[in-house]
Ligand binder design. Structure first.
Ligand SMILES: Cc1cc2nc3c(=O)[nH]c(=O)nc-3n(C[C@H](O)[C@H](O)[C@H](O)COP(=O)(O)O)c2cc1C
Length: 153
């Protein structure tokens, strides 16, 4: 298999991003991180390209993604990329992800990307009006095309 993308999504933004990248890469399996939560032991993807896609929660990665990253064995991966979707700020979540991977083994992310999506946390910011969301989504789409170009090269 050429690629495997592990994703976590709360409201669908990161799933949409993961699906788009998978479609553009081709020969790519999409695996929900939630489906691995109750499985024991380490996770060793057998794919040349390994992607991790998730939202930013409170300027970090969601706890379930952090727990997943602590179990990820990248010894068979040729290229590893991370993508966070966010509503505003919090790209440092990618450093957190990279650090977690590096704690476990002598390698982390080869590339890291941020995709701005509609915010989904009204406690932090008002939901953008529909028209503005369309613009955000179009920009995200273009961004994902670029990312796939880099991640698939
Ligand atoms: C609990 C929670 C915390 C969030 N914290 C941040 C944040 O720190 N920075 C940010 O830009 N967006 C934040 N967001 C917005 C999400 O990262 C953003 O909308 C993301 O695209 C949602 O992806 P999803 O639909 O895959 O869950 C937060 C959302 C939730 C629900």
């Amino acid at each position: 298999m050429k690629a495997i993308i592990y994703y976590f999504t709360g409201t669908g933004n990161s799933l949409a991003a993961a699906k788009k990248i998978a479609a553009l890469l081709g020969d790519c399996e999409l695996v929900p991180i939630a489906s691995l939560q109750d499985t024991p032991g380490e996770i060793t993807p057998a794919a040349d390209r390994v992607g991790i896609v998730c939202p930013v929660y409170d300027a970090g990665i969601p706890v379930i993604v952090a727990e997943f990253a602590r179990r990820l064995n990248l010894s068979r991966a040729g290229y590893v990329f991370g993508i966070v979707t966010l509503g505003g700020i919090g790209a440092s979540a990618l450093h957190q992800l990279n650090d977690l991977l590096r704690k476990r083994q002598d390698r982390g992310l080869d590339a890291a990307f941020v995709v701005k999506m509609p915010g989904n946390f009204p406690l932090v910011g008002k939901t953008a009006p529909w028209e503005k969301q369309q613009v955000i989504l179009q920009t995200a789409d273009a961004c994902l095309m670029e990312i796939a170009g880099v991640a698939g090269a």
